[in-house]
Write a protein that binds this ligand. Structure first.
Ligand SMILES: [Zn+2]
Length: 475
């Protein structure tokens, strides 16, 4: 670790030691820490970031007025569009040392890149959070692991020399995710098997593809854990990955420089990294929702002072959990993340069709290895399916939507199975759109090797349009 810290010029150990302790604090103590950090962040952002200075002045809020965590609701929500328009000069803190900033680009759900930044020291705080959570899955220093992520995904350093340093120090074999989805698959499998890893880090779709390919080739590769991140992990993927690698999947949720929540292995929820991120779940009117109810996820990055994210609507849907985790950590739980809120088709009548409908249907249908749903025009839905070994069976009578509940029903053949699926989808679409179904060999990758299940090509959903109107000013 000290060597790694010097290579990356980011201090990590002290922050990690503090996080190892604070994860066991009672909720009240964690909330007190959050409030202290929130007050520091907002006072600083108000003074140093032109965007927040202007937004909050317009809203008539002074950061000194924030006396409880609930008071954060008095601040306006900012969207990705607002931050994109304000980047860099209007959103970055005036006192941020430009020489210390680390550039990041994330690929948004609409494919348009989103740029953000933080200092090296703040990046070190991120690493501390990530390393704490990796330890929950058994990933500690010296454990050999395979990193199947996009080229520039978090966890890999940019540039050859640095990357090989990191690989040697962390016992990591890095393979770009998209190699698993193209003709290099067999080469990749060879490389991984020879490396003899104990852990795998990957996008869910990539881990699922690898698991399916190993099963098809009869290759046994038991692991200690699989860590997934970057996309929504669907239950059918979890079931297949856990069965093939004979270990648990630890899923993580985050985005745009925030490592929001990780699974600890003791419950299906996700522990919120409360020392680093304040998480709110809001309804369509911007009001907080009680635990268990799904709404917009709004994030405040408590560590990034260089480019403040205060009440940032990241564009995901999710809900908070009502019960604490049996592991005893005081960190609150996110019950689930249902994916991009824009992962919804809007039919010509204005009726929405949630991604969940498709994921549930394709999970219950035997032999679907991967899928993609695209709305290419308001009245046209094009669905690509990658058929697996069991495709052509109908689901067994009474197959539930629960994870792993899939059972094979009658064999009817591929064409009748497609017709059956079309019927189910058309029932839901009620004549508002033409439904096309295609069997394909693989789903093409998006930016950075990420798989996108669901693409609405005809619209971009605007979040909280009321606050978005302010974006005209600082742009
Ligand atoms: Zn736990």
């Amino acid at each position: 670790m000290p060597v790694m810290e010097r290579v990356q010029r980011t201090p990590v150990s002290a922050a990690l030691a503090a996080l190892e302790r604070s994860q066991w604090w009672p909720p009240e103590q964690l909330q007190a820490l959050q409030l202290r950090k929130l007050r520091h962040l907002t006072t600083h952002s108000f003074q140093q970031s032109p965007l927040y200075g202007q937004l909050w002045s317009e809203a008539g809020v002074q950061p000194e007025e924030l006396r409880s965590l609930d008071d954060v609701q008095r601040l306006p929500v900012v969207s990705k569009a607002i931050l994109r328009a304000a980047f860099p000069d209007q959103v970055l803190a005036r006192d941020a040392d430009r020489a210390e900033l680390v550039p990041y680009t994330s690929s948004g759900s609409t494919g348009e890149p989103f740029r953000f930044t933080m200092t090296r020291a703040e990046k070190g705080l991120r690493w501390a959070v990530i390393l704490r959570c990796w330890a929950w899955a058994g990933l500690r220093q010296g454990v050999r692991y395979v990193n199947l992520m996009g080229e520039h995904a978090h966890g890999s350093l940019q540039g050859g020399a640095r990357q090989s340093w990191e690989q040697r120090l962390t016992q990591m074999l890095h393979i770009p995710a998209f190699a698993v989805h193209d003709q290099r698959l067999d080469e990749v499998i060879d490389q991984i098997v020879r490396y003899r890893p104990r852990l795998l880090r990957s996008y869910p779709a990539t881990a699922h593809r690898l698991a399916t390919a190993l099963a098809e080739r009869g290759i046994d590769l038991p692991l200690r854990a699989v860590l997934t991140t970057g996309e929504v992990l669907h239950p059918f993927q979890r079931a297949a990955i856990e069965a093939q690698f004979r270990c648990q999947v630890y899923d993580a949720y985050g985005g745009d420089g925030m490592d929001v929540a990780f699974q600890c292995g003791h419950s299906t929820g996700y522990h919120i990294n409360a020392e680093a991120v304040l998480v709110e779940v809001l309804d369509d009117a911007g009001q907080p929702l009680p635990a268990g109810q799904e709404g917009q996820i709004v994030l405040t990055n408590l560590n990034n002072l260089a480019m403040p994210f205060v009440r940032y609507a990241i564009g995901d849907l999710g809900s908070l959990a009502a019960k604490p985790c049996p592991c005893g950590r005081g960190l609150p739980l996110l019950d689930h993340v249902a994916g991009r809120s824009s992962d919804q088709l809007t039919l010509p009548s204005g009726r929405g069709l949630l991604m969940w409908f498709f994921t549930t249907l394709f999970r219950q249908t035997p032999g679907i290895d991967a899928f993609q749903v695209r709305q290419t025009a308001p009245d046209r839905i094009v669905i690509s399916l990658v058929p697996g070994r069991d495709f052509g069976h109908l689901p067994a009578e009474g197959s539930g939507p629960a994870a792993g509940a899939q059972r094979l029903g009658a064999w009817v053949g591929a064409e009748p199975a497609l017709a059956w699926l079309r019927g189910r989808i058309e029932e839901e679409v009620r004549g508002e759109a033409v439904v096309e179904l295609h069997l394909v060999e693989r789903i093409p990758s998006g930016p950075a090797g990420k798989r996108r299940f669901f693409i609405a090509e005809t619209q971009e959903v605007e979040l909280f349009p009321k606050s978005s109107t302010s974006s005209a000013g600082p742009a």
